[in-house]
Design a protein around this ligand. Sequence first.
Ligand SMILES: NC(=O)c1ccc[n+]([C@@H]2O[C@H](COP(=O)([O-])OP(=O)(O)OC[C@H]3O[C@@H](n4cnc5c(N)ncnc54)[C@H](O)[C@@H]3O)[C@@H](O)[C@H]2O)c1
Ligand SMILES: [Zn+2]
Length: 363
Amino acid sequence: MKKINVNLKKKSYDIFVGSGAVRRLPKFLKTMEFSGPVVMITDKTVALKTSKIIGPVLESIPNDILRVVLPPSEKSKSIEVFQDTIQKISKKTKTHRPVILAVGGGVVGDLAGFVAATYRRGVPLIQIPTTLLAQVDSAIGGKVGIDIPEAKNFIGAFWQPKIVLIDTDFLTSLPIRQVRNGLGEVIKYGVIKKGGFFEFLEDNIEDILALKKNVLEKVIFKCVSIKADIVAKDEFDVKDIRIILNFGHTLGHAVEAASGYSKSLNHGESVALGMVIASEIAYKLDMLEKKSLDRIKKLIKKAGLPVKLKGMLVEDIMKAYSYDKKFTKGANRFVFPNEIGSVEIIEAIPELPIRSALSEYVE
Ligand SMILES: NC(=O)c1ccc[n+]([C@@H]2O[C@H](COP(=O)([O-])OP(=O)(O)OC[C@H]3O[C@@H](n4cnc5c(N)ncnc54)[C@H](O)[C@@H]3O)[C@@H](O)[C@H]2O)c1
Ligand SMILES: [Zn+2]
């Protein structure tokens, strides 16, 4: 078992990574301050697929457990599901401040985290991520929130968990498309940070896709370490440090919203497309060598992620893009790679190169 600390002074917390990590839950709950039941928020698929792992752990907890089971879809990150969840919890916890357990992928983590941040002005949160994407990214760092139909994560908060339990055993039931989904964020870490991680991914992509335990644990540990370090330096995303985690997300979010949060594109696939297009724009602006652009595209392809915008309209993507949160004072801010392992923040990119790069990738 590996441990990483997110250093945020009074809000610091530990992240445990490894097989059996979730078994630390009962002991940790005993150290926490809360009243009323333990509220477990999950989704229907996770409840079904992970019951053998999580079931015995929950049985060994003496507290009452209130289960809130969401539909498994990005569409659960909505105002309606948020309100419904809050009402279910409030009916059972009228006079209490419960602890919230988020057991699931990034959708459950973001929604449950937002519930924890806002219910009675904030109750404690524990993140138990069950997808590769959530284990390497969304369960760490405290960004929680929900979508509006026009744009992703448009309502949200910063709410750090008390602990993150990353149990790699959960990944055994993950469909291959979800492994690839997580690799969208994993490749992002390879492009934004030096130290040979991108090369490691190039050399080991087959083993990762085959869920080889020791390689997978290395990958998760590396991603979590990078993210924990960035979050500790810039918790609230105001110092131009945390923004580099947004590589591939400006247009990725636009693509995801333009697809109507449908099953045709998940978050990691959208980020993969966002990374390809951002790298293409960087190449067009003479910031990135062709060789590096090709390596980024090749790794994304090898991971089984899309590199073409199938059946999408440039106009729809541009409309969703106009909602991007990283617009400050009306000017857009992009994270572009200038080589593998290094990115730059560039402001006020005109629409033309964005449109032209998008048009090249529409099929
Ligand atoms: N807060 C952040 O910092 C942050 C960072 C990255 C992504 N995100 C958000 O995360 C979301 C995407 O997360 P996701 O890709 O995990 O999606 P998800 O939560 O929808 O999970 C993907 C699918 O896998 C299923 N699943 C989960 N665990 C499983 C398991 N162990 N076995 C079998 N099936 C399982 C789920 O039921 C779901 O159908 C997006 O909304 C994105 O915006 C947030
Ligand atoms: Zn993301």
